[in-house]
Design a protein around this ligand. Structure first.
Ligand code: IPE
Ligand code: IPE
Ligand code: MG
Length: 241
């Protein structure tokens, strides 16, 4: 059940949860500890987004470039994603949240692939918030793969190309473009996340490290979004005549 702002119902929020490593290092802890705390924050923020009435939420869990990190960190991250899916699924079913994982699947361990399939299947009937987790995801690679499928086609609409992108990444074809990107950790970049879908997204950057981010910060970012005039290249309404 949603208690949130009805204006957020169709909103697609995309989050780049950055800063886990720095959060741990500040405490003299291994980076893994930061990722564990970050996974807890993901759980809280998913619930907070559903409470606020957000219609669509996409979270960046592991970028294709994150393979370049030490194997121990990569394993820890995948272990947390698997745990998140296994523990989250029964809870999302109750909340009517539908979960999908976007990105490449062919490089993932069989046990993670199984957890993805089972969480997706269990939540498939969810008509509440549509949740996507990006794992081994690269927007550039997704665009490239979709484009090469159309190698022999001369013209294609943006809409049809969007569907092809969704198919390449196992994403839902019913997902709208991103309205709001939130990135924590102080960096101001997209790091190869949803480049096509973010063409007109509003960007909100938070200096907070991801484990310190909470429901109130999400609410504040959405409020800021609602204050921003979106024009999509047109004139503001009052001047359009
Ligand atoms: C984000 O935190 C989580 C992932 C990339 C998976 P980082 O691990 O990038 O944390 P920082 O940026 O090093 O602090
Ligand atoms: C982006 O964070 C990826 C995720 C949050 C999963 P990174 O920490 O990997 O991005 P860069 O390297 O700072 O651009
Ligand atoms: Mg980072």
């Amino acid at each position: 059940m949603s208690t949130g702002n009805p204006a957020s119902a169709g909103l697609h929020v995309a989050i780049i949860p950055d800063g886990n490593g720095r959060w741990a290092v500040q405490r003299g802890w291994p980076r893994r500890a930061g990722h564990r705390a970050g996974a807890e924050t993901v759980r809280r923020v998913v619930d907070a987004a559903a409470d606020l009435g957000v219609g669509y939420l996409t979270l960046f869990a592991f970028s294709s470039d994150n393979w370049e990190r030490p194997a121990g960190e990569v394993d820890a991250l995948f272990g947390l994603v698997r745990e998140f899916l296994l523990e989250g699924a029964p809870h999302w079913v109750v909340r009517g949240i539908r979960l999908r994982v976007i990105g490449r699947r062919d490089r993932l361990a069989t046990s993670l692939r199984a957890a993805i399939a089972s969480a997706e299947e269990a939540t498939a009937a969810g008509r509440g918030m549509q949740l996507r987790i990006a794992v081994d995801y690269s927007a550039r690679e997704e665009i490239l793969r979709a484009a090469t499928r159309f190698y022999t086609t001369l013209e294609i609409s943006q809409e049809a190309f969007g569907w092809m992108l969704a198919r390449v990444s196992h994403a839902g074809e019913d997902f709208p473009n991103v309205d709001l990107v939130i990135r924590t950790g102080g960096e101001q970049r997209l790091s190869d996340f949803l480049l096509w879908e973010c063409a007109y997204a509003e960007l909100v950057f938070s200096k907070k490290l991801w484990p310190d981010f909470g429901a109130a910060d999400l609410d504040a970012a959405i409020r800021e979004y609602h204050m921003r005039p979106r024009r999509f290249g047109r004139l503001p309404e009052e001047k359009a005549g």
